[in-house]
Structure formats: structure tokens, C-alpha cells
Design a protein around this ligand. Structure first.
Ligand code: PGA
Length: 256
């Protein structure tokens, strides 16, 4: 069975100190997450250096706080967290004030980029073409694009991306009415849209996002390749539960 991909999108939350504490608290129990789960967090750009710093300290066996002091024997397994950005410049490095290019991200261990999130489309007026240009930049830099779509424009977003690039993307189905509302959508609907995405984009990983919590994640990962989690990823303990239940490790009723 392929690993479930679980991405935590912190959006514009947390300062550097809070981000470091989150990483340390998650790592304290990271060995409880199945190897069959790929865990990714997407902090704001400005938080990446401090998050990378904590991860490096752990890798080098020099944790700044509790993580390794509590469980020193799990050093080698304490780097199960991969990093994503929440956006990416549609341009190469250059005179684009305010944009964060792939060049700016070098050495920050970024493996994924969330692109075309509905909040980017809504508040920053991103178009399908903008998202396609960002996909291009991400792939040039060896960063895996996670393209967020809602049901009504899957086809048009796919047509804006070159055929050769489509199958290199992860697709996140994010119905806008479910984002941040607590109104997660019916799993049957998710299954129908996921099948539609496979038909449109080809052999890609498909995630569901929209009010995912530790109570509902297990039903979604039965019909998807993983989940994109917003609000519930802000608390490391809740996110850990989500990661555990995503691969069927824990049932809702079993105790942590
Ligand atoms: P939510 O956000 O989990 O808070 O609904 C999901 C998202 O925006 O990706």
C-alpha cells in the first residue's frame, strides 16, 4: 500500500518560536507515526529557517529542547517531517518585489509547494494560468506541486498545465464550502471527485482537504491518497493523531 500523504497547512499562523515548539512537540512522539505515512508541514515562508534549524539540530543530535532528551534513542527516526511552502513565485529569481522564488528557497529543504489554494485564488486573485506558471517553476526547481482545485474547475485548471507536467503534480480536492467551516463533505462525494481527478490528471496522488480532523480523517484516507489539513494541523498533538489515524493505526476510540 502506498504511503498516505498528510500535509499540515499552517497558513498565516505562528511566529518563529511557536513554530519551533510545534516541531519539537511533534517530534517527541513522531515514532508513533507509521512508516506508511508521509508527513509534511507547510509553514509561512518566514518560519522555514527556524523550522529547518530545529530539524537540523535533531538530525545532528543536538536538540535545543525536550525532543531528544525525552527519547534519545529515536534520533535517526526523528526527521519524518518534510516541508512545503504555501505558494511560490510564478517567475524565476529577479526583479519581482515581494515574490518568493524557488531560488530563495534553496537549502531550506522544501519538497512540496501548495499552489492555487482557494484562499490564494480568492484573496490574491490567482488565475488558473498563474497556478500553471507556478507549477512550471516548482518542477524546474525539483519541488513537487500540490495543486489545489475545487470541483467546478478541475478540467480548466488541468488544461492550463502542460500535459507532461500534469502527472508530476499532487492534486488536492478542496471544496471551498468545507474549508475552515467544520462542514467536511460527504465521503461519497469525495470519492466521485477523486475518480474524476484521476481521469483528468492521470496517475497522480489525490488528497482531500476541508475541515479534516482526527475524528474524520480515516474515512477520507480510505478513498484518497491523503489529506490536506488546515486548522487541525496547528496543534501538534491533534496533527499527530491525524497522522496516526490516516493509515488506520488508531481508531477513533482507541486511546493515545
Ligand atoms: P481546514 O483548511 O482544514 O481548516 O478546513 C484546509 C485547507 O485550507 O487546506
Amino acid at each position: 500500500m502506498a504511503a498516505k500523504l498528510i500535509i499540515g497547512n499552517w497558513k498565516s499562523n505562528k511566529n518563529t518560536q511557536e513554530a519551533s515548539i510545534w516541531i519539537e512537540r511533534f517530534l517527541e512522539k513522531a515514532t508513533e507515526v507509521s512508516e506508511n505515512t508521509e508527513v509534511v508541514v507547510a509553514p509561512a515562508f518566514t518560519l522555514l529557517p527556524s523550522v529547518v534549524g530545529v530539524l537540523e539540530e535533531v538530525r545532528n543530535g543536538k536538540p535545543s529542547k525536550t525532543a531528544l532528551e525525552v527519547v534519545p534513542e529515536v534520533v535517526s527516526e526523528l526527521l519524518p517531517i518534510k516541508l512545503a511552502t504555501q505558494d511560490l513565485s510564478p517567475f524565476l529569481a529577479g526583479s519581482y518585489t515581494g515574490a518568493v522564488s524557488a531560488r530563495n528557497l534553496e537549502n531550506l529543504r522544501v519538497e512540496y509547494a501548495l499552489l492555487g489554494h482557494s484562499e490564494r485564488r480568492r484573496y490574491f486573485h490567482e488565475t488558473h494560468q498563474d497556478v500553471a506558471r507556478k507549477v512550471d517553476q516548482a518542477l524546474l526547481a525539483g519541488i513537487k506541486p500540490v495543486v489545489c482545485v475545487d470541483s467546478e474547475y478541475i478540467q480548466v485548471q488541468a488544461s492550463a498545465i502542460e500535459d507532461s507536467q500534469l502527472k508530476k503534480c499532487v492534486i488536492a480536492y478542496e471544496p471551498v464550502e468545507a474549508i475552515g467551516t467544520g462542514r467536511n463533505v460527504d465521503v461519497g462525494q469525495v470519492k466521485r471527485i477523486v475518480d474524476h481527478i484521476y481521469n483528468t490528471f492521470g496517475k497522480v496522488k489525490v488528497l482531500y482537504g476541508g475541515s479534516v480532523t482526527s475524528d474524520n480523517v480515516a474515512e477520507y484516507t480510505l478513498v484518497t491518497d491523503g489529506v490536506l489539513v488546515g486548522g487541525a494541523s496547528l496543534d501538534p498533538e491533534e496533527f499527530l493523531k491525524i497522522c496516526q489515524r490516516a493509515s488506520g493505526q488508531q481508531t477513533q476510540k482507541s486511546k493515545l
